[in-house]
Structures are given as C-alpha cells and as structure tokens.
Write a protein of this length. Structure first.
Length: 419
C-alpha cells in the first residue's frame, strides 16, 4: 500500500530520541517525506520547541517520542503536551514493555505505541491515519462553528424555538419573546400550539402533527396571538432533529415574519371576498326584482312602461356583472404577486433544511469514528494480553534455567568431593 506523500509534505514532525544512531537513521527517512522534522534528545527541550512553534506556520503536527529520555520522560512529556493540545498525534517508539507505562500512556490519550526494533512503514501508516483523523475532527469543529454562527445570525432575524416529543417548548429566542409579549418562564414548558391563534384551521394543525411524527419537515403559514391580543403571521418551517440512533430527539421551528405587503394583500383578499358576497347578494335581489317585474308585466296592459323599467334593471344587473369580473381579475393579479414574493423566503427555508441534513451526516461520521476508536482500544487490549503472556513465558524459562544451573552446581560439587 502507498503512503499519502502529499499529506506528509504538509506536516511538521517533532522526533524525540536519545539513541543518536537510531535518531540519525530514522530522521533521514522522515526528512524525505515530511515538510520539516525537528529533532530532540531531551524531553524538556522537546516541550519548549513544541510550545514555541505552536502559534507559527511551523507548528508541530505530529510527535514521535522514546520513553526513556532525560529531563522529562516520554510519559511526562505526553502529559504536558496534552495540557496544551488534546488532539495532536503522539506516538511512542520505545524499548519499554512495562504494562503500567502502556496503561498510563493510554490514559493520557497516546495515539499509538510501538516497541523497538521499529517497522518504519507501520509507523508512517499510523501517522497518516492519525493526521487524516485529526483533519476530519478539525473540519467537523470548523463546520460546527460555522453552523453556530449561522444560527446566531438566524436568531437575529427569525423566530426560533424548539420543542420536545411531547410538544413542550424547551428553548425560545429573544425575537419570539419580543413578538409574543410573554416572559420566558411563561413560554417554556408550554405546548407550542397554545400560542397559535384560535382561527388556525384544525386540519392544518393535524396535518402538521402527522408530518412531524413521520420524521419529515413541515412548511406552512402560522397565525400567532400575543399576550395583548394582537396577531402576527409567519412563514414557518419545523424540522425534526435526530440522535445517533436516527430517532427523533426534538423539533426546531424557524419562522420568518410575513411582510407588510403580504398583510395588505391578506386584507385586500378579505375586502374582495366581502365585495363578491355583496355583489352576489345584490345580483340575487336584482334577479328577484326582474322576476317580479316579469310577473307584473304579464298581468298589466301598460306593457311599454314595464318593459322600460325592466330594461333599466337589466342594465344595472350588467354593471354588477362587469364589477364582479373586475374584482376577480384583481384577485388573480394579487395572488400572482403574492406567490412571487414568497419564492425568496422558501429558498432560505430550503437552505436551512440542507444545513440540518449536513449536520445529520456529520453526526453519523462522528459515530463511525467512535466505533473505530473502540475497535482500536480492543486491539490494544489484546496487545497487553499478548505482552503479559510473553512475560509469563520468559519467567517460566528463567525458572527452568535456574533449576538447570542448580543441578549443574550440584554435579560440580559432587565431582570435587570425589576427587
């Protein structure tokens, strides 16, 4: 398998080794692969170099260290490094096989532990894996910071609140508190729907509940009622948030206030609706009048006079029909403009949904990484057992050698006594 040389050329390595011969040989290999290699034979000197380079372009990306080094031993150096950086890869290359040393190094989050004589390829491969893992962690952290900044921005321009599976509000931002005219302790713990206006259709609320319970996003318009009996309208998107087991943990509701034009159009629609009702009422009255006149016409001799009155009523009726067509055309134009204005808001809501999906993907990646770490720990546990078994075998061999030496000693003494 080939190594990622492009990655290595971007990394700086701190190599701490008190064996001068090994330090020279292995540093030649490192210098061919890495951007810069800093050599130390002393633990305190290594710590000073790491500290001095921390905030420079030459900051250390990975540390290789022997355990038995002067001033600070390898474990003490690891402890000091972890105080300054929790995720810089730190790899032991040592002759020590002490179980306590191995356990303590694991306790201080050592990246890996290699026993001399070293296998250069295995060490380089571990450096590659550790640095790629660190890059992924940094990318996740940066992404989370971007998401936090993005939601902080949304908090300033949007109404945001979250609620649990029981529909109980567990978080509310300041913008919502300002609009709804309730204190935070009056909002938290309440069913989020209790702040809806009582004119909200039950069919929409039931549809919303079904969509959310199915783990899907809901979008629509909400009418809210404040504590002072005023109202405001929002374009609302409610998004389910999942845990690592893909179960719904909570819901996030993001609302954008509708514009003044939209409110004016809403009022205009009401007026048009009332005008249509009034026109139909007038038309019904006019039709009754026409029917009455027709009946009278049939029983009257003065036909021309009644015909003239009938013509007047028909002209009035035609004017009402013209007015009705004008109102219907105005209503159609208003509807087209309203749909055009909502396109921009819907785009923003779709962007929020995309970011939430990406967060979900990041959570899944993090879960996979945790599984990898657990498997790595299990492999180290097996190494510990293997080392212990080897120690037991060597102890048994030493005991056998002692028995052989005692027997030989007895034989020699017996020969001396005979002679």
């Amino acid at each position: 398998m080939t190594l990622n040389q492009e990655l290595f050329k971007s990394l700086n390595v701190l190599y701490v080794e008190n064996d001068e011969k090994l330090r020279v040989i292995f540093s030649r290999i490192l210098n061919k692969l890495f951007n810069k290699v800093f050599l130390c034979s002393d633990g305190l000197d290594a710590l000073e170099q790491f500290t001095q380079l921390s905030n420079t372009p030459e900051k250390i990306d990975v540390i290789l260290s022997e355990y038995t080094i002067p001033s600070l031993n390898g474990l003490e150096l690891l402890f000091k490094i972890r105080d300054m950086s929790k995720n810089v890869p730190f790899i032991f290359i040592t002759q020590e096989t002490n179980i306590d040393l191995l356990l303590n190094s694991l306790r201080y989050d050592v990246t890996d532990y290699f026993v001399k004589p070293i296998n250069e390829y295995e060490i380089l491969k571990k450096i590659e894996e550790a640095c790629i893992s660190r890059q992924e962690e940094d990318e996740i952290l940066n992404y989370q910071n971007e998401i936090e900044e993005y939601f902080e921005l949304i908090n300033k321009v949007a109404i945001v609140y979250t609620f649990d599976l029981n529909r109980t509000i567990i978080y509310v931002n300041n913008f919502f508190k300002e609009l709804i005219k309730y204190d935070e302790d009056e909002i938290l713990g309440q069913d989020y729907r209790c702040f809806f206006h009582n004119e909200m259709p039950k069919a929409i609320i039931e549809e919303q509940a079904q969509i959310l319970q199915g783990g899907n996003k809901w979008q629509g318009k909400i009418k809210y009622l404040t504590s002072i009996d005023s109202v405001f309208y929002t374009n609302c998107t409610i998004i389910p948030v999942f845990d690592e087991n893909k179960k719904i943990r909570k819901y996030v509701s993001v609302n954008f206030l509708t514009t003044k034009d939209e409110n004016d159009k809403r009022e205009f629609k009401k007026r048009v609706h009332l005008d249509l009702k009034e026109t139909k009422r007038i038309y019904a009255i006019a039709q009754r009048k026409i029917d009455e006149l027709n009946n009278i016409l049939g029983s009257c001799s003065d036909y021309e006079e009644f015909k003239e009155n009938l013509d007047k009523v028909q002209k009035i009726n035609q004017n009402y029909f013209i007015k009705l067509e004008e109102l219907e055309n105005r209503l159609k134009v208003a509807k087209d403009k309203y749909e055009l204005l909502t396109v921009g808001v819907n785009k923003k809501i779709n962007q929020i949904s995309l970011i939430t999906s990406e967060m979900k993907s990041v959570e899944e990646k993090t879960s996979k990484k945790i599984v990898t770490v657990v498997e790595d720990i299990k492999s180290k546990d097996s190494l510990i057992v293997k080392i212990k078994n080897e120690i037991d075998i060597k102890g048994s061999k030493i005991s056998d050698l002692e028995d052989v030496l005692e027997h030989r000693k007895t034989q020699i003494e017996n020969k001396k006594a005979k002679s």
